[in-house]
Design a protein. Structure first.
Length: 314
């Protein structure tokens, strides 16, 4: 059955039925003009992303549930990168009228499943028709009394650390774009990122001086910290081990695997800086050092390839 057949409100009813019970931060969920969400310390962390079919996802590469997981993860990771915990998602959907209503229901399931990993809920949104399939997600979060971890706090002498993994989703994207569906571990990483959500608040509690979600590429995103903090960041290439399946795929496809590891996005690892000598929280590992100056280098030298994704330069 298409969306044209269900109608807007019929589709809303079907989608809402897939969202599950709201979490403890939700006082009023879907069904009214607006939702009501608790922020325990009076501050709300907010982030939004827009995903466009053909630009951010392809329905022949991933099913609706996977796309929902990816759409949610892009926003939930931003909340974690501020040291917060997400509580709610608002979702806007623009879809052609001939889209299968079941696809939208599975999308909602994926959104709710990913949000459930951090105890968040989908609390509302909007739908409209249009020729291009687009998904807009806004995440709300709670700092639970912590100071937000911003991009502008890195200082010379700090250690650069990372939680999570990089390169897997970028390798999966390359594999899919060349018409292959294996290695499965890489393709699955592109379809459903494994985000280290809990490591963001942990870094905030441990005194991280700056932090960012690695969505566009590690070197590019560390560049945002370097620019905001007016420092130089040097990344250690030896801090990254190329997994066997990634190495094999890179050899078969003629790609430098470090281009995936250092400049590939969509895994949503977290990168942060910590004062030298401070114990790192569990799950964080040192990948570089902050110094005086500007820009980002690898082993003391400029990186010769692309550093990450830029929507308006691709």
């Amino acid at each position: 059955m298409s969306i044209r057949q269900t109608g807007e409100f019929g589709l809303i009813s079907r989608v809402v039925s897939r969202l599950g019970e709201p979490g403890p931060a939700v006082l009023l969920g879907p069904g009214d003009d607006a939702a009501l969400v608790v922020a325990s310390d009076g501050r709300v962390v907010a982030s939004t992303d827009l995903l466009v079919e053909g630009r951010h996802f392809r329905r022949d590469w991933a099913d609706a549930s996977d796309i929902g997981r990816r759409a949610a993860a892009a926003n939930l990771a931003d909340i974690a990168a501020m040291g917060g915990t997400a509580t709610a998602l608002l979702v806007g959907l623009c879809a052609p009228a001939d889209l299968d209503a079941g696809w939208a229901e599975l999308l909602a399931e994926g959104l709710a499943e990913e949000a459930g990993l951090v105890g968040a809920s989908v609390v509302g949104g909007d739908m409209t028709s249009g020729p291009t399939l687009m998904i807009a997600v806004t995440a709300l979060g709670d700092l639970h009394g912590l100071a937000p971890v911003r991009r502008d706090g890195a200082r010379p002498g700090d250690l650069v650390a990372m939680a999570g993994r990089t390169g897997y989703a970028a390798a999966g994207y390359t594999v899919l774009s060349r018409g292959f569906r294996t290695p499965k571990v890489l393709v699955d990483a592109y379809r459903r990122p494994e985000v280290p959500y809990a490591h963001g608040p942990a870094a905030g509690r441990a005194g991280a001086t700056s932090m960012i979600d690695v969505s566009d590429g590690l070197l590019a995103d560390l560049g945002h910290i370097a620019d905001a903090s007016r420092v130089h960041i040097d990344v250690l290439k030896d801090a990254f081990v190329v997994p066997d399946q990634m190495r094999d795929a890179a050899l078969a496809l003629g790609v430098d695997p470090y281009q995936w590891l250092l400049a590939g996005g969509d895994d949503h690892a977290l990168a942060a800086t910590f004062p030298e000598g401070a114990p790192l929280p569990e799950g964080w590992r040192v990948i570089g050092k902050v110094g005086t100056g500007s820009d980002v280098t690898v082993d003391g030298r400029p990186w010769s390839g692309a550093t990450g994704w830029d929507h308006f330069r691709v």
